[in-house]
Design a protein around this ligand. Structure first.
Ligand code: CA
Length: 358
């Protein structure tokens, strides 16, 4: 089998969709981080495509080497690893389809195929507590049985910690006690503030405390994680196993958050997950892409014994679902992976043609 072509499509759904075509008719799909879909697609088609065209798509890890080491001088954070993610996910989709098995089986077999998803709600910094409560209630009505609120302070520090706590308190009271509620500071606190806030979040029953301080401040993450009992998470700004090694050794968060559409795809996230579980740190993926990214992330998490927490989900998206013949079903707050080859998602050509930014 040979890779016949690779195409990347910037979509109106804010998706950088990657399709890898083979000479025997099997096609794989993937997606890159959507930070700039035009840039991602350009990188895939002009930089990565020539490195893997004509090669055997089943040699996934050798193709990963060709893509990663062939382009590392273009920068190993941001665009390069995110673009590699899109191609790598598509290659694993091909490999699992060629093997006639779901990706989670090819990756070693599932310990679970049904996941409770948590609704990830952003923009807290610009909302009143009552506005956030309304969003949390909507999520609960949609069936979510776990929620996270994100502050999205956008590079500002310690803007209004008292309001953040009031928002969390109100949302916590607005949900049944059985529904976990987590808090994401989006790197918005200094270390001292993060520790003070964390103690109060513990009292209020927060499920996990995400990115309390700057992602570059490993000593600060460690100080916060050491000071608190509540699990502290980090990792959505890390891209490779080498960065995660440093995060694990120096920052010592409780939960690690690789993102499969950012961290060089399935190949590298599998390595990161092995590293995480070696250090007894559960993987709690970062994931803002509700279709392909989510399917790939869940397929890998299906194989991780320690990955038992609810998974991040920004919610059902009809505009994305219509791109696929059978989208991932979200019912009663859960997603169950299907027992079908690959990622289990097939493109609807007509819907795709309408969604492409021309
Ligand atoms: Ca986050």
């Amino acid at each position: 089998m040979k890779i016949a072509d690779i195409r990347a499509y910037p979509l109106k759904t804010r998706t950088a969709l990657v399709r890898v075509f083979t000479d025997d008719g099997i096609e794989g799909i993937g997606e890159c981080s959507p930070m700039n879909v035009a840039v991602m697609c350009h990188f895939v088609e002009t930089v990565l495509r020539p490195l893997v065209l004509g090669k055997n798509p089943l040699d996934v890890e050798r193709l990963w080497d060709a893509m990663y080491f062939g382009t590392y001088k273009l920068g190993t954070e941001g665009t390069q690893p995110s673009a590699i993610s899109g191609v790598d996910i598509a290659l694993w989709d091909i490999k699992a389809k060629a093997a006639g098995m779901p990706l989670y089986r090819l990756l070693g077999g599932a310990v679970r195929t049904t996941f409770t998803m948590y609704k990830s709600i952003g923009g807290g910094g610009d909302m009143t507590p009552a506005q956030m409560l309304a969003e949390v209630r909507k999520a609960h009505e949609l069936g979510f049985r776990a929620v996270k609120i994100r502050m999205d302070w956008r590079y500002q520090q310690d803007v209004d910690p008292a309001k953040d706590l009031e928002m969390f308190r109100l949302c916590r009271e607005g949900l049944p006690a059985s529904t976990p509620l987590s808090f994401d500071a989006n790197n918005g606190y200094s270390v001292a503030t993060a520790i003070r806030q964390g103690r109060k979040l513990e009292e209020l029953g927060a499920y996990h405390f995400e990115e309390p301080v700057s992602p570059t401040n490993y000593a600060g993450i460690r100080a916060v994680a050491d000071a608190l009992d509540i699990p502290v998470s980090a990792g959505e700004h890390e891209y490779t196993r080498w960065q995660f090694r440093n995060l694990i050794l120096d920052a010592r968060p409780d939960l690690l958050q690789p993102d499969i559409v950012k961290c060089c795809g399935v190949t590298e996230m599998k390595r990161i997950a092995a590293l995480a579980e070696t250090f007894d740190m559960p993987v709690l993926p970062h994931q803002t892409q509700p279709s392909i990214g989510n399917a790939a992330s869940l397929a890998l998490c299906a194989t991780l014994p320690l990955s038992t927490r609810p998974q991040e989900f920004t919610g059902p998206r009809p505009d994305l679902d219509e791109l696929f013949k059978e989208p991932l079903p979200f019912t009663n707050g859960q997603i169950t992976l299907r027992d079908c080859p690959g990622l289990g998602l097939e493109i609807d050509e007509k819907a795709l043609a309408k969604a492409v930014i021309s």
